[in-house]
Design a protein around this ligand. Structure first.
Ligand code: GLU
Length: 464
């Protein structure tokens, strides 16, 4: 029987789910789905001071918005403390971990002395048991940490799914703390116990963790646990080539929902950041799952490209279902402070404007004229609302009061009015737009007017 593929995403709830983690989640999810495996969500909340419930909720919301469904979890590390402690004690009993009673002051002094001697800094192993070594007397009142007894020699080597073969000498790494004085495990330890307990076969994560992996591999080995395969995905850089940060475009995934992006567009765009399938730029989630086998992951950093995301979103906007867009546009209109009842934004409205929109915010900008007053710019008013066109506007208002309220009849009323007043179509249609829509350019004017109620159109035409 072949092994069941199991992947996970393990965010720390110390902030929002940012783009890098969302992309790693997406890769892990797609990889599991591709192989008919399972995807697990684990919340790494051992940084108690910085973890918040609000952040947990935001992470769950972002996963749901992107449609990254998980088969198990969310698991919370803080609910598994006993398990980590039991494993740590087992390691101590087996001589693979030990208690260290160094105080923070002692560790600082150790580091300073190493620096002064021009040595690499790190734990010097003073509490590490060795055959024949006499350990210092246990001081009073110091709560010990538990340190992992890292192999002193040899190399840790793995074949990274993204970066290829990586080898790091054990001489480079010290005996890391696995349990803090308060009994809470550190990241590198909890992550191993969890990946083992949760039968994780493939670990995808950001490459800021490459340096943690040798410790983790050594701990897996000390536990006699099977090693997962590791894939370290390069960072996402900002448009400016610098690391994404709060100040440089790295807002939460859910902020993109507010900014009017569609989740399927976001998923498509994120998937292409550091992964490719030939020249394909637009693909469905089914295609992504069919194609995502862990190959073609880029070794070099991906660059965030806001203009490309906008383009991808615009493509998805064009094909999105009108009734669904109507619901999303209603939400955006309410965000703008307009009163919009459920069902008031019609699919006909979204159908008329969606082709010219990058986001649902753009769509709401168009549709706002149906739900609140409009105000054309002074420039448009001065340019298009001339005394010469005034009688024609009045005549059109009078005609529109009589006709059947639908596009063809509205079109006929406009045509009759231009003939009567000896005008060309734009000479009337543009002033009508400026008055009714608050702007000089719109899709075809009869279609735009037909979606207003008659009274509003007449009132706005008469407002000049
Ligand atoms: N909690 C870690 C993070 O958010 C998880 C890293 C991992 O996937 O092992 O970076």
């Amino acid at each position: 029987m072949t092994q069941k593929i199991r992947t996970r995403i393990a965010p720390s709830p110390t902030g929002f789910l940012h783009l890098g983690t969302a992309r790693t989640a997406l890769f892990s999810w797609a990889f599991a789905r591709h192989f008919g495996g399972e995807f697990v969500l684990r919340i790494e909340d051992t940084d108690v001071a910085r973890s918040t419930q609000a952040s947990v909720e935001q992470i769950l919301e972002a996963m749901q918005w992107l449609g990254l469904d998980y088969d198990e979890g969310p698991f919370y590390q803080m609910q598994r403390l006993e398990r980590y402690q039991a494993i740590a004690e087992q390691l101590v009993a087996d001589g693979k971990a030990y208690r260290c009673y160094c105080t923070p002051e002692e560790l600082d002094a150790m580091r300073e002395a190493q620096k002064a001697r021009g040595e690499k800094t790190g734990y010097d192993g003073r509490w590490r048991p060795e055959p024949g070594k006499v350990l210092p007397p246990i001081p009073d009142g110091v709560k010990p940490v538990i340190r992992f007894r890292n192999p002193a020699d040899g190399d840790v080597t793995w074949n990274d799914l993204v970066k290829g073969p990586i080898s790091i000498s054990n001489r480079e790494i010290d005996d890391l703390i696995i349990v803090r004085p308060d009994g809470v495990p550190t990241y590198n330890f909890a992550v191993v116990v969890d990946d083992w307990d949760m039968d994780i076969t493939h670990v995808f994560r950001g490459d800021e963790h490459v340096n943690n992996t040798p410790w983790q591999i050594n701990i897996f080995r000390a536990l006699g646990a099977p090693l997962p395969q590791f894939g370290h995905v390069p960072v996402i850089l900002g448009d400016d080539g610098l690391k994404l940060s709060k100040r440089r475009g790295a807002v939460s995934v859910t902020a993109y929902e507010e900014m009017g992006y569609l989740p399927e567009a976001m998923l498509n765009y994120l998937a292409r950041l550091g992964w490719s399938h030939g020249d394909d730029e637009l693909f469905t989630r089914e295609q992504l799952v069919a194609w995502f086998d862990g190959e073609h992951l880029s070794k070099s950093p991906a660059q965030w490209d806001a203009a490309k995301l906008a383009w991808v979103n615009a493509q998805y906007m064009k094909h999105a279902d009108d009734a669904r867009l109507a619901g999303l546009a209603a939400g955006q209109l309410r965000r703008k402070g307009l009163v919009v009842e459920d069902g008031q934004v019609s699919p006909a409205m979204t159908a008329l404007f969606k082709d010219r929109c990058t986001t649902t915010v753009d769509l709401a900008d168009w549709l706002a004229m149906y739900f609140g007053p409009v105000a054309a710019s002074e420039e448009d008013r001065a340019h298009h609302l001339t005394e010469a066109v005034k009688p024609a506007l009045a005549a059109l208002a009078a005609r529109l009061a009589e006709v059947a309220w639908e596009k063809t009849a509205i079109n006929q009323a406009i045509k009759d009015t231009i003939h009567e007043h000896g005008l060309k179509m734009p000479q009337l249609a543009i002033p009508v737009r400026v008055l009714v829509c608050g702007r000089a350019q719109t899709p075809s004017v009869d279609a735009v007017l037909s979606l207003f109620d008659r009274a509003t159109v007449i009132e706005r035409l008469q407002s000049f």
